[in-house]
Design a protein around this ligand. Structure first.
Ligand code: FAD
Length: 445
């Protein structure tokens, strides 16, 4: 007889595991199945070698509108609450960096920085500080001032920034869910889901090597593959997946924390930033944003690529000026030989003017793919997280989460919204009081 669960979760990154943890710990759900193709949780986008380890927003994201800044903050503030609670204390999830800032170079950027400081950053981060004195700035990050032309104006917003190991966070969520011995909680690693189908009682999930399972509710948090699974169930026909690779360069460790750079509001990807690596061994510069044929780093998938081909992809990249410019620039940075030189000249030296070319090395051990959804009708890029179906439908017991960026920081918020829908569909009780003890408030939309 087939194994049947209340809920099955495909994908054990930060989003899938956060959903499983909240379900197991804060509802009266009886059975839960996690399915993951890798050999442990948090190995793909949530791995700390893939992403920039930043808990967004910290205030340095000049491309966010005030509304986006506030909305994401509400979710990402759940991470320190969790990390400092009985659930997270045993894990090395969160570290505060010595410095955090966004840097403006030249008069135009500095004027924009001043405006953003007053309009967007200060209202959300009251401790933020605008600084324009090079000597003072050098006390925080000496290398962003050293070697800079005397007449080049700079300004920073001084902030606090956290590093998060989102892979460790995912592992901790899974461990905490699995501790619930009173419930049937099963975890299947090395198990790739091949196909999902709608059946009368819920959903059947077919795997490559562990047979099939049934679930009354299905959560698909499969990163770049979420959209393709959603389409198997007739959802997301309006969207096409746009995989964007993010690569990094490294230098010897010269940055104390996180130095983000100028990016206009509404532009989809953060401009190059310099970050202290988790263990402090190097400084990382990046990530770049280049269209890629791969859905996960170093894992070509011709079938997925062909299935996803759509003229809208090319049309969107070519017709949207901001996207086109970013892509052209970043494709140039990826060119063999010359790419490194261009990145050094136009990106790394903007942050660290004195960095020698020889010190800046491509770092293939870091980086990964964030897959953005493009709405085929409106050509809109869905940069933040979104879940299909976008409007809940009776009898459609699915949450298919797309969380390209900064989905890891928002994982608990996305999970909370998933759990809310699941509890309502399966008639589960959600323990608000227990939840509030850990997270302080309920993250209402
Ligand atoms: C270069 C880069 C920098 C970034 N920097 C930041 C940052 O600083 N801060 C931030 O908050 N976010 C950042 N992000 C975004 C962040 O990494 C993602 O939003 C987040 O990790 C998404 O989590 P997830 O659980 O949705 O996906 P993932 O962590 O990718 O998890 C999806 C899981 O699904 C599994 N899976 C897929 N297909 C199947 C299948 N068929 N069967 C079984 N399992 C399957 C995968 O193996 C994987 O474990 C960055 C991303 C990139 C690429």
């Amino acid at each position: 007889m087939r194994d049947v669960y209340d809920v099955a979760i495909i994908g054990m990154g930060a989003v899938g595991t956060a959903t499983g943890f909240l379900l197991a710990e804060f509802t009266n759900l009886q059975s839960l199945l996690f399915l993951e193709k890798e050999n442990s949780a948090g190995q793909i986008a949530s791995n700390r070698r893939t992403n920039s380890q930043t808990r967004h927003p910290f205030g340095g994201e000049l491309n966010y509108s005030p509304e986006v800044m506030k909305a994401i903050k509400r979710y990402s503030d759940m991470i320190p609450s969790y990390a400092n609670s009985e659930y997270g204390r045993e894990y090395d999830i969160l570290r505060r960096t010595k410095s955090g800032m966004v840097l403006a170079v030249g008069r135009n950027e500095r004027d924009y920085l001043r405006k953003k400081f007053h309009d967007t950053v200060k209202p959300v981060f009251p401790y933020a500080e605008l600084m324009e004195d090079k000597e003072e700035i050098a006390k925080l990050e000496p290398y962003i001032v050293r070697g800079r032309k005397r007449d080049e104006e700079i300004g920073i917003i001084r902030l606090q920034a956290d590093m998060v190991d989102f892979g460790e966070l995912a592992t901790s969520f899974q461990d905490n869910a699995s501790k619930r011995q009173d419930k049937k909680i099963n975890v299947k690693f090395n198990t790739k889901v091949k196909r999902i189908e709608n059946v009368s009682e819920g959903y059947d999930v077919h795997t490559d090597n562990a047979g099939s399972f049934s679930a009354r509710y299905l959560v698909v948090s499969a990163g770049s593959y979420t959209l393709s699974f959603a389409k198997q169930l007739g959802l997301g026909a309006d969207f096409v997946a746009f995989p964007v690779a993010g690569k990094f360069y490294t230098s010897p460790s010269i940055i104390n924390g996180k130095v983000y750079t100028f990016q206009e509001e509404g532009v989809p990807f953060a401009a190059t930033h310099a970050d202290r690596e988790w263990d402090g061994a190097v400084t990382r510069y990046g990530p770049t944003a280049t269209p890629t044929l791969m859905f996960e780093k170093d894992k070509p998938d011709i079938k997925e690529f062909i299935d996803n081909l759509d003229s809208v992809l090319l049309d969107t990249v070519i017709s949207k000026k901001a996207i086109r410019n970013i892509m052209i620039k970043n494709i140039a940075y990826s060119l063999p030989g010359v790419g490194r030189h261009l990145f050094w000249k136009y990106e790394a030296r903007k942050i660290v003017p004195s960095i020698p070319y020889a010190d800046l090395k491509p770092a293939p051990e870091f980086g990964g793919v964030r897959t953005v959804g493009i709405n085929k009708r409106t050509r809109e890029l869905r940069l933040g997280e979104f879940t299909l179906p976008e409007v809940p439908k009776n009898g459609v017991n699915i949450c298919a989460n797309m969380a390209p960026s900064p989905g890891a920081s928002g994982c608990l918020g996305i999970a909370y919204k998933n759990v809310h829908k699941i509890a309502s569909a399966l008639d589960l009780h959600f323990d608000d009081e227990k939840f509030t003890k850990v997270f302080g408030t309920i993250p209402i939309e």
